[in-house]
Design a protein around this ligand. Structure first.
Ligand code: FAD
Length: 802
């Protein structure tokens, strides 16, 4: 066995083997995999082997598409069979909401190059004749769906990796991972110690235990899962072709042909978490005892949907555990707080996602960044607040909702409220309807008398529409107030703070008392942050950005640490409010007893508001006259009392995130992970206007940004007014020009101020012109859209700057 290696991958399931293969594919051959038993001896061996591209998260769907297309390549490379059955699959919709979801998915697939098709009940009956189509509205057919041999596929990855120079040690149990001062690792196994530059945790069912060896908690939990294989059925084996997969979300089941019979698995409601206190090292290639009682109701539903099942005996029951993260997506990437330690865990659909996970991780390790936005699978989407007490109920909730419709406005209730600000009870009494962001309760809207105190999930305009409109008007016509807690905030201080910021951020670093906006770029010139920098003094700065990106941004800052500068995450240490609207200045003047007419747009100053010391800066994401007022959380209720007492006589209204997202549309402001993400560049999104090409600093991403400035981007963000009816753009809807899909939406919604449906999205740069006629496909309907360049509110910025 080698005693030194560049990478030690711990775990020989499908995910570990895929990571190993992709490392070699991208050029690292000095890599090894350590497996405590034989390959596949975790969840992998007992998987049903199904794969599909359908995923409500577009980046995950793309990753799944990559995984599925990889199998043929793997077979050709290794000469081994993955046991592929590309039989195609149908996802049934038994109500209008599910059908809406299918229509939305189909629309997204158009620009992803996936050839899915929406079909009606008669066609369903033709393609999947064992289906009872009573009550079925339609289905999505995906020709790429299918199944494979889990063991054969894992061994194909392993062989391909060995062909690329990797070594694999089976029956080699990792007992400790100890970091050396230089950041490399001693991986202690029962076969000896290996010195590795990097460690990858692909421990699957034991990922929690492997993580604990390095002192990290990985938010994942195993769940029990069961599928049945039937005896032979003539209706199946007498067919000329293999029966396609049928996913029946209404019955929470997936069904496919297995040999001469069928195989059907369930995501049952009375589900059961497994190994709550940790996975035993003694658990091996064994199954859990059958438990048909647990899936009794699901089976009864399936007998109705697929009556043929009632005639079949059960040949085999497979009942085994596999792991989930709280949101069901994998946990991938560099683990925050550790050097050279990578996660490839929580992969609940190893055969749909394993290839993509391997590719992303290998790109990250070797090239320093991924080609695709990985935020939805990045382990840094969770912060330090994550704990087993949160993970377990969330994983149970995810399992139970695995096949539920996922709505764009849905707020799932498990493990909430988790983190709250001092305003929680005050706002609750005022009718707050809460959402959740990075563990934090955030107000979506305030329900007044008669308005719903629960927003019904929907693809169409929701029942929060009226309340949102009321709050928007309250801001535009008077003054509104909401919390600034849900910004990520960082204190950057020290003698070298300015120099450091100049290198990390692409934009201009402001002078004392001033604020600037700037993109943060990766070395390849991709957007990894859109920041506001407030210069409190030459040696102290406050940065604000997306609250949900805290761990992601802090990891980046830690990786770029320098002497003479300290960077501290103060997101939860600094809270406060923003007030916005034409009367915002009057409210602040009343609270401070000062004339604030000299405080210009993008000024920042220390101020006493009532009895509270605050940092106040003049800007607002609403695009209106506005102030962000930051204080210590201990003083937040006092600050509230001051602002509310001054604001209420002026008609001040509290507003939530639904109103905020409508207000920002009036000025076409982009938002993080919608318009701005690692998938896009500054020139594509217009954030290049904030890059300081003049500054004499080699900031990260400069070369790429300059190159893009030379050539110009091939696509650019544009805003559209859409002739929508009861459903607005949510994101990823295709944009059609001259009868062909030429772009896609990044976000959209309803501008309550202008009374218009607005979409933001990418179109080819050479088509970007006022008045361009387009069509946007919303829930299967082509909606006429017209490109607009004049903001819907305050086009000259007079109110915002005035
Ligand atoms: C009943 C059932 C049906 C399923 N059906 C499907 C399906 O149809 N399609 C699909 O895509 N997915 C399915 N899955 C999920 C799938 O099995 C998992 O997504 C996948 O196996 C995860 O692979 P992994 O490599 O992450 O983990 P694992 O397979 O658990 O592999 C982890 C490996 O790490 C090794 N290891 C752990 N600790 C150490 C250590 N300290 N030292 C050395 N080695 C160590 C283990 O021995 C193990 O081999 C199903 C799961 C179940 C239970």
């Amino acid at each position: 066995m080698k005693t030194t290696t560049r990478v030690a991958v711990i775990g020989g399931g499908v995910v570990g083997c895929s990571v190993l293969y992709h490392l070699t594919k991208l050029g690292w051959s000095d890599v090894m995999l350590l497996e405590r038993s034989d390959l596949t001896s975790g969840s992998t061996w007992h998987a049903a082997g199904g794969f599909h591209t359908l995923n409500g998260d577009t980046n995950m769907a793309a990753l799944q598409g990559y995984t599925i297309k990889l199998y043929r390549e793997l077979e050709a490379l290794t000469g081994l069979s993955c046991g592929l059955h590309h039989v195609g699959g149908l996802t049934l919709a038994d109500n209008q909401d599910r059908f809406d979801m299918i229509l939305a998915e189909r629309a997204k697939h158009r620009f992803m190059g996936l050839e899915t098709e929406v079909i009606g009940p008669d066609e369903i009956k033709k393609r999947a004749p064992i289906t009872n189509i009573n009550g079925i509205v339609g289905a999505l057919f995906d020709p790429l769906d299918g199944h494979l041999d889990p063991s054969g596929t894992t061994h194909a990855y392993a062989k391909a990796a060995r062909m690329g120079g990797a070594s694999i040690e089976t029956h080699c149990m990792v007992r400790e991972t100890n970091q050396r001062p230089d950041g490399s690792w001693d991986v202690v196994t029962d076969q000896g110690t290996i010195h590795a530059e990097h460690v990858v945790n692909a421990g699957g069912l034991w990922a929690r235990e492997v993580g604990a060896m390095a002192g990290v908690y990985l938010p994942l939990h195993p769940m029990e899962h069961q599928y049945l294989v039937t005896d032979d059925l003539p209706e199946i084996y007498e067919r000329d072709s293999e029966h396609p997969h049928v996913l029946d979300p209404g019955g929470e089941s997936y069904l496919r042909q297995e040999g001469r019979g069928l195989c059907i698995g369930f995501y049952e409601q009375p589900c059961r978490p497994w190994a709550v206190n940790g996975t035993s090292w003694d658990f091996g290639a064994e199954l859990l005892p059958d438990d048909l009682d647990k899936i009794e109701q699901s089976i009864a539903f399936a007998y109705d949907r697929f009556p043929i099942l009632g005639t079949a005996g059960v040949k085999r029951v497979i009942h085994g555990p596999f792991t989930f993260a709280p949101d069901g997506n994998p946990l991938v990437g560099p683990v925050p707080g550790l050097r050279n330690y990578w996660s490839a865990c929580g992969v609940m659909a190893g055969f749909s996602q394993g290839g993509g996970v391997g590719l992303m991780l290998a790109q990250w390790m070797i090239e320093g960044e991924t080609e695709q936005n990985t935020f939805s699978l990045d382990i840094a989407r969770y912060g330090k607040w994550i704990s087993p007490g949160y993970t377990l109920p969330k994983v149970i909730e995810f399992y139970q909702k695995r096949f539920s419709v996922s709505y764009p406005n849905e707020e799932r209730p498990a493990a909430r409220p988790n983190r709250t600000t001092p305003m929680y009870d005050i706002f609750s009494r005022m009718g707050a309807v809460w959402g959740q962001q990075f563990g934090l309760e955030v107000v979506n809207y305030f329900a007044r008398d008669g308005e719903p105190d629960y927003e019904t999930p929907s693809f169409r305009r929701s029942d929060a529409f009226a309340a949102t409109g009321r709050e928007v008007r309250g801001v535009r016509e008077g003054v509104g107030i909401n919390e600034v807690q849900n910004f990520g905030k960082y204190r950057v201080a020290g003698d070298h703070a300015r120099a450091w910021l100049d290198r990390i951020m692409a934009g201009r670093v402001p002078q004392p008392g001033r604020v600037s906006l700037t993109p943060m770029l990766s070395p390849k010139g991709r957007l990894i942050g859109d920041f506001t920098i407030s210069c409190l003094s030459e040696t102290e700065y406050q940065l604000t950005a997306s609250y949900g990106a805290q761990a992601f941004h802090m990891r980046w800052f830690d990786q770029h640490q320098e002497d003479g500068v300290s960077v501290e995450n103060i997101s939860d240490q600094r809270t406060g409010f923003q007030i916005a609207g034409p009367k915002a200045r009057a409210v602040l003047e009343a609270c401070t007893g000062t004339d604030l007419s000299d405080m210009k747009f993008l000024d920042v100053r220390h101020m006493r508001v009532g009895m509270t010391d605050c940092i106040v800066q003049r800007l607002s994401y609403t695009g209106d006259l506005g102030y962000e007022i930051y204080c210590d959380p201990m003083a937040q209720r006092q600050l509230w009392a001051t602002l509310w007492a001054a604001g209420e006589p002026l008609g001040m209204v509290p507003f939530g995130m639904r109103a905020m997202m409508s207000l920002r549309l009036d000025r076409f402001f982009g938002s993080w992970l919608r318009e701005f993400s690692q998938d896009y560049t500054p020139a594509e999104t217009g954030l290049d206007r904030f890059i300081s090409f003049k500054k004499n600093v080699d900031f990260i991403g400069r070369e790429a940004a300059e190159a893009e400035r030379e050539t110009g981007p091939s696509r650019k963000l544009a805003s559209f007014e859409v002739a929508a009816e009861d459903a607005d753009v949510q994101g990823y809807e295709p944009i059609w020009l001259d009868g062909a899909v030429r772009g896609f939406c990044t976000s959209g919604g309803y501008s309550h101020h202008a009374g218009k449906s607005i979409a933001i999205g990418f179109v080819p740069s050479d088509r970007l012109a006022e008045g361009l006629e387009a069509e946007i496909e919303i829930l299967g309907q082509m909606r006429p859209a017209r490109l607009i360049t004049t903001p819907l509110f305050d086009p000259e910025g007079e109110r915002m700057r005035g």
